[in-house]
Design a protein around this ligand. Structure first.
Ligand code: NDP
Ligand code: GDR
Length: 322
């Protein structure tokens, strides 16, 4: 068992919850940064809430981050907090930049000044690749982001590299492709679909309104991906890694599998609504994670179809209890 400690920002989100579970299993003392909200939503971490020590803070308030780091004295800092929904990044582009881009400097600089020996993980994203420049996409593929969110993540990525090179910090950036789970936020396409399929099957909803069904994504399971985050911080030297499945599927395939799993045809329920079509789209994401496999020994356990059916089952079980 480890006697290390870790501070996780974004602990209430999908990845934060799986990472907290993983680190608790490994014997870490886990600190979670939470921001004050009028009605706290702890659904993802309800089951482990007593094992986590919460520290108050916000990525927008650097003083609060300095206090959180001074209090928790972490060996490892995982920066998972972000305005993470691409769609919202067009309606709140400035806030997205403040949290998802400048927020990274706020926490990196707080670590540098308060706890420079701590190892740092930055949640970078395949959205940085954006427009297809090369497939499959790997660590050396040029970035061409297609949303304010993607642009903000490129900043977060490079400021992490810059602090590593400027101050010799152990700072890593994980370029993670889409990863999903039953704990995924309801606005993201996988969970939107699996929740709707469950509601339609249970007679609680009649149709599903969607945007671009032709977009292709490389979708994996969040529980597998948080293991890669941890592995990156256990290496002898800090580096950046792509984490992906190496398979790509269209949104239409996702919808087909999800509806098919409950014996329905998506064509009877899906309605295309321009409201969900984005001003600029990322057409194709397909990752090459050879480096992570070879250097980290990371491996994938849950495949695409298993992931989608797991999410449909989970949503049916959740909604059946209502
Ligand atoms: P979620 O949207 O589920 O979680 C985001 C978290 O960030 C929440 O805990 C939220 O807290 C917190 N947060 C938002 N704004 C602030 C702020 N100003 N200060 C402090 N905390 C804040 O995201 P995921 O778990 O899916 O993703 C984790 C990270 O990985 C994100 O940075 C995301 O951009 C990135 N990423 C995700 C991928 C994916 O496919 N899931 C792929 C690649 C990168 P609150 O509960 O208070 O809102
Ligand atoms: P993404 O995820 O933008 O890839 O970002 P999302 O699930 O929102 O969209 C995936 C693709 O599905 C298309 N799509 C729809 N999307 C949503 N949300 N709702 C719809 O109705 C719909 N119809 C079609 C989208 O156009 C898109 O092509 C996620 C986030 O987790 C980011 O934080 C992360 O960095 C990237 O994955 C990697």
């Amino acid at each position: 068992m480890s006697n290390k400690s870790a501070l996780i920002t974004g602990i209430t989100g999908q990845d934060g919850s799986y990472l907290a579970e993983l680190l608790l299993e490994k014997g870490y003392k886990v600190f979670g940064l939470i921001r004050r909200t009028s009605s706290p939503l702890m659904e993802n971490i309800e089951h482990i809430v007593k094992e986590i020590e919460f520290v108050e803070g916000d990525l927008l308030d650097q003083g609060s981050l300095v206090q959180a780091i001074s209090k928790s004295k972490p060996d490892e800092v995982y920066n998972l907090a972000a305005q993470s929904f691409v769609g919202t990044s067009w309606t709140q582009p400035v806030l997205t930049g403040q949290i998802t881009a400048i927020g990274v400097t706020n926490i990196l600089d707080a670590v540098h000044k308060t706890r420079p020996e701590a190892k740092f993980y930055q949640a970078s994203s395949s959205e940085m690749f954006g427009k297809v420049m090369e497939t499959p996409q790997k660590e050396t593929t040029p970035f061409y982001p297609r949303s304010p969110y993607g642009v903000a993540k490129v900043y977060g990525h490079w400021i992490t590299v810059n602090y590593r090179e400027s101050f010799d910090m152990f700072a890593c950036s994980g370029i993670l492709f889409n990863h999903e789970s039953p704990r995924r936020g309801l606005e993201f396409v996988t969970r939107k679909v699996t929740d709707a399929v469950a509601r339609i099957k249970l007679g609680m909803q009649k149709e599903l309104r969607m945007g671009n069904l032709d977009a292709k994504r490389d979708w994996g399971f969040a529980g597998d991906y948080v293991k890669a985050m941890w592995l990156m911080l256990q290496q002898a030297t800090p580096d950046d890694y792509v984490i992906a499945t190496g398979e790509t599927h269209t949104v239409q395939e996702l919808v087909d599998i999800a509806f098919g799993h409950v014996g329905l045809s998506w064509r009877d329920y899906v309605v295309i609504d321009p409201k969900f079509v984005r001003p600029a789209e990322v057409d194709l994401l397909l990752g090459d994670c050879t480096k992570a496999k070879q250097q980290l020994g990371w491996k994938l356990e849950v495949g695409f179809e298993q992931l989608v059916t797991m999410m449909v089952e989970s949503d049916i079980a959740k909604l059946s209890k209502l």
